[in-house]
Design a protein around this ligand. Structure first.
Ligand code: SAH
Ligand code: SF4
Length: 453
């Protein structure tokens, strides 16, 4: 999707191209923005070249994400020839976090908008003429976009935001600054959206929040909300993320085990294995507590798929500290992990108080080593599934061979299924083989026979 030189053609009025970086919450925010604009008659453009409006929804969680977003926005400058009449706006965490720098580095921008001001967009778009970059980042910290039904693309999964912002103060993290205090949507509107999404044909829902465990609206807490959504008629699978270890409760794990639509999948970021690093990070749990949680989760929720986030090279992380992370990763035997090198985020507690003193080569070495260990445990865990039966929810054709389909087991392992199945089909399979990191399968014979009959 590279804007080509053919910008002699004028933009098509009323079209919006939106590009999204970062987490799933940004994905939903882009769908919310589209929904707000569609109400005013705008429609989605698949390519930027002839769109009247180009919007880029950015992420600021690590420096790398920021640099990438800025360079990608830079490539749209070609579209902004004088008199051509197209407009470009930057949305999301980077706008909120670094509006001044954005304006300086990308002077051709029309708007820089923080995550809580998207309702102003239709109004801004209606303003004629070319003017200086407008920065809108101040908003009362209460926006939930509660009644806006996101404009979703076809697919099997609908993401549903249950809370916005974050009340934790992890020393390294820019999210609380970029997205503000945590606020929760009323359960009724989450349930309404869940019903709507299932009626529209989404068979899987994923509830989203920076820390879903702290969800509370009136007297409803997260386990109860999850249980209510799990009962939406027609729903096949329900997932959620992210759980903070300090708040992940036995009640939540029991709720997962009790409902046949809730997938046995837990993303439980631990960040570091050393208690002194965890303390400096402000995570408010110890490695021992984390290990206990993992044990309890595996006891209560059968066939649990467990994943995590890890930061290596946090300021002051010694080799001995790092080895604690390595030990925890080896002991837990994760299915998957996202490992990051610590990245200084201006304005965060860590940036203000600690020197970024672990050399980049050491960070990289630690990252590679952890990735290697997780890859090994992920492989061992998957190999243990061979010979077992599973039900795969098909997501689409396999990119490698369109005669095969790609989908996920109930816990969430990616599986190749021979044959062309419509997205959303539940196919019972025997797990037969591992190629690289992907499981392969054979369709259960009696099911296949019944389908043909
Ligand atoms: N709310 C979620 C995570 C949001 S950010 C949670 O608490 O789990 C996603 C991940 O990015 C974090 O879990 C962390 O591992 C990583 N991350 C956040 N800030 C970072 C930074 N400054 N440097 C490196 N990784 C970071
Ligand atoms: Fe950031 Fe911590 Fe909040 Fe997650 S819980 S968004 S890491 S501050």
């Amino acid at each position: 999707m590279n804007p080509t030189a053919a910008q002699t053609e004028l933009p098509i009025p009323g079209t919006v191209y939106i590009e999204t970086y970062g987490c799933q919450m940004n994905q939903v925010d882009s769908e919310i923005v589209l929904s707000l604009l569609e109400e005013y008659g705008y429609r989605r453009a698949e390519e930027p070249d002839r769109a009247e409006i180009v919007l880029v929804n950015t992420c600021a969680v690590r420096e790398h994400a920021e640099v990438k977003a800025i360079s990608n926005i830079g490539r749209f400058s070609k579209l902004k020839q004088p008199g051509r009449g197209m407009k470009i706006g930057v949305l999301g965490c980077l706008s909120q976090h670094a509006a001044g720098e954005l304006k300086q580095q990308l002077p051709f921008l029309d708007w820089i908008l923080g995550p809580d001001v998207y309702r102003t967009l239709p109004n801004l778009l209606a303003q004629e003429g070319e003017c200086e970059t407008r920065i809108l980042t101040d908003a009362p910290n209460d926006e939930l976009y509660d009644e806006v039904l996101p404009s979703r693309r076809e697919g099997i999964n609908a993401w549903i935001t249950i809370s916005r912002g974050c009340n934790n103060h992890c020393a390294y993290c820019v999210v609380p600054k970029a997205r503000g205090r945590e606020r929760h949507r009323p359960a009724e509107s989450i349930l309404h959206e869940a019903h709507e999404a299932v009626q529209q044909g989404f068979v899987q829902l994923t509830l989203l929040g920076q820390n879903v465990n702290s969800y509370r609206h009136d007297d409803i807490k997260f386990p109860e909300l999850l249980a209510q959504v799990a009962e939406v008629p027609g729903l096949k699978r329900l997932r959620y993320m992210t759980s903070h270890p300090k708040d992940c409760s036995e009640e939540l794990l029991r709720t997962m085990a009790e409902h046949k639509t809730i997938c046995p999948e837990l993303h439980l970021p631990f960040q570091a294995g050393s208690d002194s690093v965890l303390k400096k990070m402000g995570r408010r749990y110890t490695a021992k507590h984390y290990r206990h949680l993992v044990e309890m989760a595996r006891d209560i929720v059968p066939n649990l798929l467990l994943s995590t986030d890890i930061i290596v090279g946090f300021p002051g992380e010694t080799h001995a500290d790092y080895l604690e992370t390595e030990r925890l990763v080896k002991d837990v035997q994760y299915d998957d992990a996202f490992v990051y090198r610590y990245s200084v985020r201006p304005g965060t507690r860590a940036a203000l108080n600690f020197e970024d003193d672990v050399p980049i080569e050491v960070k990289t070495e630690r990252l590679m080593r952890i990735n290697e260990i997780v890859r090994e445990s992920g492989k061992v865990n998957r190999l243990a599934l061979l010979g077992q039966q599973a039900v795969v929810l098909v997501e689409g054709p396999s990119p490698k061979d369109p005669r095969e389909s790609l989908g996920r087991t109930f816990p969430g392992h990616m599986v190749v299924v021979p044959g062309e199945f419509a997205p959303g089909t539940l196919v019972p399979v025997d797990l037969t083989e591992m190629r690289g990191y992907t499981l392969r399968s054979e369709v259960e014979r009696s099911w296949a026979r019944r389908q043909r009959a």
